[in-house]
Design a protein around this ligand. Structure first.
Ligand code: SF4
Length: 347
């Protein structure tokens, strides 16, 4: 069997304390895996790649109490170890005084926090009361430890009118000035996210072009700077109707295989490629039944989604699943993914 150049395997060892309504990874039960199970996954999959890396989360980073020990174990089990991502657990940050200093010790100098507006909207979208206050507290803790918070803001029709609350929060916390004081920059970006996992359920309230006028200028300018774009419409993409018309002329198919894939292993050892939400249409197999069938399933495009993507032209998917009258905005890649998932669900 052909070896991958690199294989990255991420286990959902403990899941996530949140149930975000925009979560592209979907809402699955939290697992309770231990270090031996991490070793088991590494032993099973390592031989399928020239270079191997393993991580202990793909939902909430560092959610398990022994995150530091798990980090060290993944270092031992990996041929290469990517630096800690600029992602964090705000849940842990406000409960564990050692966590933010630990992030700093791992070289993290900027870290992303997600908001949806003020307290009510953010708690609603994160799916947990108290989330907004924890996020604000986590931002404070980051600043105290000379890590620059970066705000990611997801918008739909129901919260895009509330962004002035975030503008005020930035001023009240003096985020720009305080980041500058330790030589960092405060960044922020707004977008609508993909349309898979939990986020697919928000399709009906997905933003359209007229909603973009509600974004305050300061936040729009920061978003353009972050994405290096000139016009906010470039950030939010095109109307679904325009994408449908373009796709209707396109007989392309898309092979989703990569030479260096990322595999997600959920709390029951089911394995999925990191393409869209880990769901039955992407499932490669269960690691307990052996790793051969998982590698083979990926390499031979056996899952329903990989097979459809490689064989069904996008024009057929657009004709069957697209809405040729919709004003909703999508990036081209996100829309292709959305109609692929929809096509598979209907097939
Ligand atoms: S978006 Fe992140 S924090 Fe929210 S439920 Fe998904 S994994 Fe958890």
């Amino acid at each position: 069997m052909k070896k991958f150049d690199k294989l990255t395997v991420c286990l959902d060892m403990h899941g996530c304390p949140n149930r975000c309504r925009h979560c592209w990874l979907g809402a699955s039960p939290n697992g309770n895996m231990n270090g031996d199970e991490l070793i088991f996954a590494a032993e099973k999959l390592k031989s399928f790649a020239e270079s191997f890396e393993i991580d202990f989360w793909y939902r909430e980073p560092d959610f398990c109490d022994n995150y530091s020990e798990m980090w060290d174990l993944t270092e031992k089990l990996s041929d290469v170890k990517t630096s800690h991502y600029e992602l964090m657990s705000f849940w842990r940050a406000v409960r564990d005084k050692d966590y933010v200093p630990w992030l700093f010790s791992k070289g993290v100098r900027s870290c992303q926090l997600t908001l949806f507006g003020g307290e009510e909207k953010t708690d609603f979208y994160v799916g947990r009361k108290g989330a907004y206050n924890e996020i604000v507290k986590a931002a404070e803790l980051l600043l105290e430890h000379k890590i620059a918070p970066r705000f990611q803001i997801f918008v739909n029709k129901d919260n895009i009118g509330e962004l002035s609350v975030i503008e005020r929060l930035i001023e009240d916390m003096e985020l720009e000035k305080r980041c500058e004081s330790f030589g960092a920059e405060f960044n922020l970006f707004i977008h609508q996210g993909s349309c898979d996992g939990e986020n697919e359920k928000l399709y009906d309230i997905r933003v359209s072009e007229e909603d973009l006028e509600k974004i305050p200028k300061k936040l729009s300018d920061m978003t353009l700077k972050y994405f290096r774009k000139k016009d906010i419409k470039e950030v939010f993409g095109e109307k679904e109707s325009d994408l449908c018309r373009a796709f209707a002329q396109d007989r392309s198919t898309f092979d989703l295989r990569e030479s260096s894939p990322v595999f997600y292993v959920d709390g029951s050892f089911d394995v999925y490629p990191n393409i869209s939400a880990p769901s039955s249409i992407y499932k490669l197999g269960n690691l307990k039944n052996g790793a051969e069938e998982i590698a083979e399933s990926y390499l031979e495009n056996k899952s329903a989604a990989q097979k459809a993507s490689a064989n069904v032209p996008v024009c057929e998917m657009a004709e069957k699943c697209g809405d040729f009258k919709s004003e909703r905005l999508f990036s081209t890649g996100d829309y292709r993914n959305y109609i692929l998932n929809k096509y598979c669900a209907l097939s």
